[in-house]
Each structure stands twice: as structure tokens, then as C-alpha cells.
Ligand binder design. Structure first.
Ligand code: G6P
Length: 615
């Protein structure tokens, strides 16, 4: 969470910082701030509660000159979101300023020590403590360079950080460091860009250096980039070429990133299969799995760890691996798993699913599983992300950048990759009949076109949204493969429209949620043709008997549910196990339209962030 940016070069820093912060706003938007050193040597700091646009308004008439600067967009952890707690934060003398993404866990004890030495603090943040500590170290050793003072301070802190520091008395240097929070440096001609991810950098340069944990970058105007560990060992920067296009991070004519990303799904699902699936030859190529084929073949158990929407994709994986490959699967919330002293065997396979590849709980759960000797396989979207690097092997989802905070195309790409993985393992194990395997490969190839068909239903889904936009509660039901989609549908609605929604296995409804059903309650059901169809129809009848209002996703041509439901959304027929890839689309569109109609900020829902790098 939190986005950080920095610039040093010959251009005006302010517009670059602002544009960068707007690109990173998905990471947090409780407050925003910038600091620049003007040509006259003034350190100008502007910060404001709210969005980057609020910051822009508040510093309209101020001096924003300077070709060195830092910026921050915050997702509050320590201290409420207000102007004072916003970053950048000053040191005691106000000569240094810092921006920080992460948490300094032992800040309270450090603060106490500093207070005893006369330091006074303006904010409630852990970040302010760190910059005071750095200055304090320098005060006692005036000859020490800022970079070394930063290293010394970082050796005293526990926790996670991506920081950038600016010194009022040195217009030619930025010091950056990271541990546990992401940081990338763009290397231009006589200029450097720093950011939490590459999106603020891509339009200026494609040469980037991903900073490793406990590394400190000393970025000096007109000089080569220098990197040292926090123990002062020199590191040679590894410059790599960015594989990201500017268009991928722009709205491209859509009103919101979320809508653009929903519409990108035929393409992103295709991209996640590209080069991996050949239905003609019956060949599936999953590099990561091939490397560890024996482990997968002999695995007695798969443990899936993930959070949020990725956890829902993991739920689908449970059904897939159990059905196709006959391997028992446990799906775990990373945040619970890591603190439970879980039983993990060396022959377990752990699949960690994460769009961002940065989720702190997932990362910590991976580290825990590693200590027990399990093989860790990553399913990540962001190339080169921390989770992708922490795993033994993995398969990228190749969905392209996902900017909307509510995950859409990342989910379908994750499910696609997990389906291919399950099929591949099933084939290797000989657990699936050749004919079924081949049929499923063909069917997978037809999914992008089927998703395209569903997207054509947008107008009718919008009408349904208009009818239910004022609901106070909603229930999402599904059975089998559709149960995780019910969970995902409910999550989409609550996170962007703030309507309370619950996802439930349809049959389990009678053990509780049925008490909530009355004529005001919309019940969103997936009732596609398949082994559970008749059972779901019975569940629909139970809702009808209590005057609940049914909105059902059905297989094209369905007649039975149509008779009972207020609305049906007909989706193309596919194999039962692949239905989630198609049936989730109407629930995504429905949430999107309801949120827009309720005047909610679809791409940046309140209190949420795209990348949760705190536990
Ligand atoms: C946040 C995001 C969700 C996401 C979850 C897990 O809560 O808002 O969209 O599903 O984190 O993130 P990950 O990047 O690990 O998939």
C-alpha cells in the first residue's frame, strides 16, 4: 500500500511526480504529498488529506519549481488520514524529508529513545520516527554521508519499507531503500525516476532496475546509479528492459479502469493461454510445472494460499485439482495460515496466488511454507514481483496491468492458468481420460469467444443494476464450481458499491441466510446446466417461497428458471468446470453499474487498496 515516486534530472519534477502519483493512486488514496527543492534552495513540502487532485488544488498558487523531488500517496496505517500524518515527513531540523511505504514495527521504542534525546514529533506516524533517527545518527557523526546514515538507521529497524529521502542541503542526491515493499528505478538519460511500480516510469524510459530487499540506492545527478546493501556492500545494478506499454495503463476511452479491464477479458484470458495450450496436438506447456513434474505427480496434497479475489480463484482451483488430478486441496487465507502453526509436509505443493505479487500476508505464508520444505509455486500477474521471486517456480497470468482496485481480469486469468495447471498435472498423473482431457482443451480455447458473448449483455445487465441499485443487502448463491463465483460476486458488489452482500453455497442458505429473505432482498443465483442444476432450482424455489427476488445466470435456452426468476442472464454453454470463467462476468458488470449509479468511486473504493503490503 502507499505509492511512492521520486525524480532527479533536468525536467520540472512536480508534473512528473503528480502524474506518477495518479498512476499509483490505486495503492492508496487517503492523502497525498510532494516535496521539491527549488532552484533557490528552498525545500517546499505540500501535503493534503484526500486524493492527488485535492493536493493539486491545495498547492495551486505555491512555488512548485525544482528538478528534484519526491511524492507519496497514502493508505493509512499509523495515524488517521489527515494533513499532518500525510507524507513527506520532516526530520527534527526540517532539513530532511522522507516518503515511506510499509511499516516500521519497532518505531515506538525508537521514538521513545529519540524523545529522550530531545526530538519532538508532529505526526503519529512510524515514518517520521525513521527520518528523525537518520538525522540523529548524522548529528552524532557529522562527517557521515546521508546514504551511510540511512544504512545505519535501517540496521536498527524491523518491518517493511520503501523509502526515498531528500536533503534540503543537497540538490543533487536522492537516497532510496527498500525491504518488503516494492521499488523500481527508471534509468533515463541524465535522469532517474523512482516508483513503487513501473507505471509512472514507462512513458519516460524502459530501462529499469528493480531494487532488492535491504538495498540502498544512492542516486546522484549526472552520475551512475550506485547500490549498496544496508551493510555497505557494493552491488552492481542490474538494468533490465521493461515489458510494459503505456496504453496498458491508460483508460483507452472507457470511463473507468474497471470497465476497461472487464472488457479486456477475452484478450487477457487468451493471453494467459497463449503459447501454453495447443488443442490440435493435445499439448499443454507449463514451464514451471515441467520443472517440478515429479513433485506434482507425487504430491499427496496441494495447499493454496491467497487473499481476497485471488483466494476465490484458489477456491475454484480446489474443485479443478480434485476433479481432474485427484489431488486433495486445502485453500487457506494467507493471513490465517501464517499464524496457525500449520502442518506442512516436505512433499506438499503450495500454490500461492496473487495478482500484485506483493501481498504481505501471502508473502509471509510462502516464507513459512518454505521453512517446512514444501515446494512453492506462484501464480502472479506482476512480472518480477516479490512473490514471483520468492517462489520455487510459477506461471505468470499475463493479464496485463490491472489498475481498478476491484480485481476482474486478474481473476479470470488466474482461473485460466489454474485450469491449465490442473489439466497438465492430471495428464502427467494419468488421472484424466484422454478424451475428456482433449475435450477440455478445446473448450478452453472457446472461452474467450464465450466471454465476448456475455459482454454483449451489458445493456440488459445495466437495466437489472438500475432496479437493484438501492438494495441494502444482497445474497449470492451457487453450488459446486459456482460457489466461489458467488463469493466473488458478493465481494465485487460490497467493495465498490458498499451494499452489504454475502456469498453462500446455495444449499447452505437454509442454515441461516434464509432468515434474511423478504421481498426487498435480491438473490443472485448461478443456475447453469450441470449436475447441480435441479438442486439449485430447488434452492431458488425456497427463496421464491419467501418472496425473495431472483436474478439468475442460466445456460442459454433455459426455460425452467426463467419461469421463477425476476431476471435471467443467459450465458453460453460450457463444461461445468469452466463455467466460472464465463459466469463471473455478469456479476462484475452488475457491480460496476450499481456502483456507478450510486455515485461511488469505482476504481478507488473507500478504505481499500490494490496492493496490500501490510499485514
Ligand atoms: C486487495 C485487493 C484485492 C485483491 C487482494 C489480494 O484486497 O483490493 O483486489 O484480491 O488484495 O491481492 P493479490 O495482489 O495478492 O491478488
Amino acid at each position: 500500500m502507499c505509492g511512492i515516486v521520486g525524480y532527479i534530472g533536468n525536467r520540472d519534477a512536480f508534473p512528473i511526480l503528480i502524474k506518477g502519483l495518479q498512476r499509483l493512486e490505486y495503492r492508496g488514496y487517503d492523502s497525498a504529498g510532494v516535496a521539491m527543492i527549488s532552484p533557490e534552495g528552498n525545500l517546499n513540502v505540500y501535503k493534503k488529506k484526500g486524493k492527488v487532485s485535492d493536493l493539486l488544488d491545495s498547492c495551486k498558487d505555491k512555488d512548485k519549481s525544482g528538478n528534484i523531488g519526491i511524492g507519496h500517496t497514502r493508505w493509512a496505517t499509523h495515524g488517521e488520514p489527515n494533513d499532518v500524518n500525510s507524507h513527506p515527513h520532516y526530520s527534527q531540523t526540517k532539513d530532511l524529508v522522507i516518503i515511506h511505504n510499509g511499516i516500521i514495527e519497532n518505531y515506538a521504542s525508537i521514538k521513545e529513545g529519540l524523545q529522550k534525546r530531545g526530538h519532538t514529533f508532529l505526526s503519529e506516524t512510524d515514518t517520521e520516527v525513521l527520518i528523525h533517527l537518520i538525522e540523529d545518527i548524522r548529528k552524532h557523526e557529522p562527517e557521515m554521508k546521508l546514504g551511510h546514515a540511512v544504512m545505519a538507521a535501517l540496521n536498527q529497524v524491523n518491518g517493511a519499507y520503501a523509502i526515498v529521502i531528500l536533503d534540503k542541503n543537497d540538490r543533487d542526491t536522492l537516497i532510496a531503500a527498500k525491504k518488503g515493499s516494492p521499488m523500481v528505478i527508471g534509468v533515463g538519460k541524465d535522469e532517474y525516476f523512482i516508483a513503487s511500480d513501473a507505471s509512472p516510469i514507462v512513458e519516460y524510459t524502459k530501462n529499469v532496475v528493480y531494487i532488492e530487499d535491504e538495498h540502498v540506492a544512492i542516486i546522484r545527478r549526472g552520475e551512475e546509479l550506485k547500490i549498496r546493501t544496508i551493510r555497505d556492500k557494493e552491488i552492481t545494478p542490474y538494468v533490465q528492459e521493461l515489458e510494459m506499454e503505456l496504453e496498458a495503463i491508460e483508460k483507452g476511452g472507457y470511463d473507468h479502469f474497471m470497465l476497461k479491464e472487464i472488457y479486456e477479458q477475452p484478450r487477457s484470458i487468451f493471453d494467459s493461454m497463449r503459447g501454453r495450450l495447443n488443442s490440435e496436438t493435445g499439448h499443454l506447456k507449463m514451464g514451471g510445472i515441467e520443472e517440478h513434474e515429479g513433485k506434482f505427480k507425487n504430491a499427496k496434497r496441494i495447499i493454496v494460499i491467497a487473499c481476497g479475489t485471488s483466494w476465490h480463484a484458489g477456491m475454484v482451483a480446489e474443485y479443478l485439482f480434485e476433479e481432474y488430478a485427484r489431488i486433495p486441496v486445502e485453500v487457506e487465507y494467507a493471513s490465517e495460515f501464517r499464524y496457525r502453526n500449520p502442518i506442512i509436509y516436505p512433499d506438499d505443493i503450495v500454490i500461492a496466488i496473487s495478482q500484485s505479487g506483493e501481498t504481505a500476508d501471502t508473502l509471509a505464508a510462502i516464507e513459512l511454507a518454505k521453512t517446512k520444505g514444501a515446494t512453492i509455486f506462484g501464480v502472479c500477474n506482476v512480472v518480477g514481483s516479490s512473490i514471483a521471486r520468492a517462489t520455487h517456480a510459477g506461471s505468470y497470468t499475463h493479464a496485463g496491468p490491472e489498475i481498478g482496485v476491484a480485481s476482474t481480469k486478474a481473476f479470470t486469468a488466474q482461473v485460466t492458468v489454474l485450469t491449465l495447471m490442473a489439466l497438465h498435472v492430471a495428464k502427467v498423473k494419468g488421472a484424466i481420460a484422454e478424451s475428456r482431457y482433449r475435450q477440455l482443451l478445446y473448450e478452453m480455447e472457446s472461452i474467450p469467444a464465450k466471454v465476448e458473448e456475455v459482454l454483449k449483455l451489458n445493456d440488459s445487465i445495466k437495466k437489472i443494476a438500475a432496479e437493484y441499485k438501492d438494495a441494502a443487502n444482497a445474497l449470492y448463491l451457487g453450488r459446486g464450481y459456482s460457489f466461489p463465483v458467488a463469493l466473488e460476486g458478493a465481494l465485487k458488489l460490497k467493495e465498490i458499491s458498499y451494499i452489504h452482500a454475502e456469498g453462500y453455497p446455495a444449499a447452505e442458505m437454509k442454515h441461516g441466510p434464509i432468515a434474511l429473505i423478504d421481498e426487498a432482498m435480491p438473490v443472485f443465483v448461478i443456475a447453469t446446466k450441470g449436475p447441480n442444476y435441479e438442486k439449485v432450482v430447488s434452492n431458488i424455489q425456497e427463496v421464491k417461497a419467501r418472496k425473495g427476488r431472483i436474478i439468475a445466470i442460466v445456460t442459454a435456452g433455459d426455460v425452467e428458471v426463467k419461469k421463477m426468476a425476476e431476471h435471467v442472464i443467459e450465458i453460453p454453454e460450457t463444461d461445468e468446470s469452466l463455467v466460472p470463467l464465463v459466469s463471473v462476468i455478469p456479476w462484475q458488470l452488475l457491480s460496476y453499474h450499481i456502483a456507478v449509479m450510486r455515485g461511488c468511486n469505482v476504481d478507488q473504493p473507500r478504505n481499500l487498496a490494490k496492493s496490500v503490503t501490510v499485514e
